[in-house]
Design a protein around this ligand. Structure first.
Ligand SMILES: [Zn+2]
Ligand SMILES: [Zn+2]
Length: 370
């Protein structure tokens, strides 16, 4: 699991050594390898996450996890294998390879997050990566297909906590107290106003209150209610405004009821925003090279590739794995999750196409932001 990928790190290093690819460690259990093409060209970044999830595997696979309570239920083991496969193809064909491929083997995607520590330790700077990609297996697409969608493709997942304080008292004498129960009810209803009346109906936003607790018994006026919730957004501008809008409602409703409220926001990963120009040009390039390229809908899940794509023009590619014949039909994070290994050659070919296309200029790259 996150930052425990010592065995995986050692395997990646062993394989890169066998291929004669230089590499260094960073972000504790991460590895950066570099494939130097023999011909001049641009620098691409290829990212694979490596961590597992705290789930006991129930897939029935011959290669199922042997560690109780730990499982590759999101396909990150396949992501790692495909990046090693791409490394081999690029290294063995380096005489005809324009540019440089930086191999980003990342820990802790499922949490607490390994992308930002890798960036902080210079993963994108030496050499200076000009465009970055990643694969994520996706059972919405059949094996053999890939998915490339411009713009936001994954959501920001932010958490919030609300505590409302009033004045307790006897249930029969409300006028002597400040009752937080009706205040909480009004707050919950008013919060939906942020989605329903303050956000473009064509944009994506979810505000969910997941828990509420408060009160002592039927004839006591509660002096405190606690609630927790999640906010999901795609558009960074909508996300940036969310906290202020929630706070205005929480504070305003509390004031109207004579109570006092506190809102705490806990920010998760930002949304993954595929660079539109890069996504369109890479989709056209792969299509021209015989790939079957779909344009799947965005999801409200989270993914810390977002940090790479904020720093460098980036595109997240979905890799189809749906195949009923081998039981590769479950969504990620399911204990029954299976992965059709027939998808692996398509994944390797996609990573190689990115490195070669960016490297020789066939896939134009917009300017890096910083
Ligand atoms: Zn996952
Ligand atoms: Zn994942």
């Amino acid at each position: 699991m996150g930052f425990e990928e010592h065995n995986t790190q050692a395997i990646v290093e062993r394989e890169l050594d066998a291929l004669g690819i230089e590499h260094r460690r960073l972000a504790k259990t991460g590895v950066v390898g570099i494939v130097w093409g023999a011909l001049p060209g641009r620098v691409s970044g290829l990212r694979a996450d490596m961590d597992a999830l705290p789930i006991t595997e129930d897939s029935g696979e011959v290669c199922a996890s042997e560690v109780a309570g730990k499982m590759h239920a999101c396909g990150h083991d396949a992501h790692t294998a495909m990046l090693l496969g791409a490394a081999r193809v690029l290294q063995e064909s380096r005489e005809s390879f324009h540019g440089t491929a930086v191999l980003l083997f990342q820990p802790a995607e499922e949490g607490p997050g390994g992308a930002q520590p890798m960036i902080d330790e210079g993963a994108l700077d030496d050499p200076r990566v000009e465009a970055v990609t990643m694969l994520h297996v996706d059972p919405r697409l059949p094996t053999g297909e890939i998915g490339i969608t411009p713009g936001p493709v994954n959501a920001a997942a932010d958490e919030f906590h609300v505590t409302i304080r009033g004045k307790g008292g006897h249930g029969a004498y409300p006028h002597k107290a400040v009752d937080v129960i009706p205040c909480a009810a009004a707050t919950i209803l008013a919060l939906q106003n942020v989605v329903a009346r303050e956000t473009d109906p064509l944009a994506s936003m979810v505000v969910t209150i997941g828990t509420i607790e408060g009160g002592y018994r039927n004839n006591v006026i509660a002096d405190r209610v606690k609630m927790t919730g999640t906010v999901r957004t795609h558009d960074p501008a909508i996300r940036d405004q969310a906290e202020a809008k929630l706070r205005r409602i929480v504070d305003g409703v509390a004031a109207a009821y004579g109570a006092y409220a506190q809102l705490d926001m806990l920010y998760g990963y930002p949304p993954v925003v595929n660079d539109t120009e890069l996504a369109e040009s890479f989709a056209a390039y792969t299509r021209a090279n015989g790939f079957v390229v779909e344009r799947p809908a965005p999801t409200m899940g989270g993914e810390d590739f977002a940090y790479f794509a904020k720093r460098v023009p980036g595109v997240m590619v979905r890799l189809g794995i749906y195949n009923e014949a081998v039981g590769s039909v479950h969504s990620g994070h399911s204990p029954q999750f299976r992965l059709d290994e027939g998808a692996i050659p398509t994944g390797i070919a996609t990573l190689v196409a990115f490195a070669r296309g960016v490297g020789d200029g066939a896939v134009p790259v917009p300017e890096r932001r910083s």
